[in-house]
Ligand binder design. Structure first.
Ligand SMILES: [Zn+2]
Length: 115
């Protein structure tokens, strides 16, 4: 199995077997991270990596832990929601300052932990 060389923050350049590394990345494209335990100080090291590095690590026999983007990201793409503006923030600030309006707004929210 291939030997991987990487940098530990404490020990500098270290070498270890590909089996000591785990890649966390989307299955087919995009950047990701890889993690390894330093063979000298036993620290867990996490490094970000571009896709070229990810593909090289996978080709060297490193275990790939695929990641899927959270479903909320896909859902968000279909929503026509405008980003929060400064005016929204001012309106929220005024609402929070107005005890009666705040109480009325809170009345409308379902209590997830009713007593
Ligand atoms: Zn180290």
């Amino acid at each position: 199995m291939a030997t991987i060389r990487a940098s530990c923050d404490t020990c500098g350049d270290v070498e270890f077997a590909a089996a000591q590394v785990t890649v966390h990345a989307p299955e087919h494209s995009g950047p990701g991270t890889y993690t390894f335990t330093c063979p000298h100080c036993r620290d867990r090291v996490v490094r970000s990596a571009d896709r070229t590095t990810i593909d090289l690590l996978i080709a060297a026999g490193v275990q790939l832990a695929t990641s899927r983007p959270p479903a909320e990201l896909a859902e968000r793409e279909h929503l026509e929601v405008e980003p929060i503006t400064h005016d929204d923030l001012v309106a929220f600030h005024r609402l929070v300052e107005d005890d009666a309006a705040l109480a009325a707004a809170l009345e409308g929210i379902d209590d997830p932990h009713p007593r």
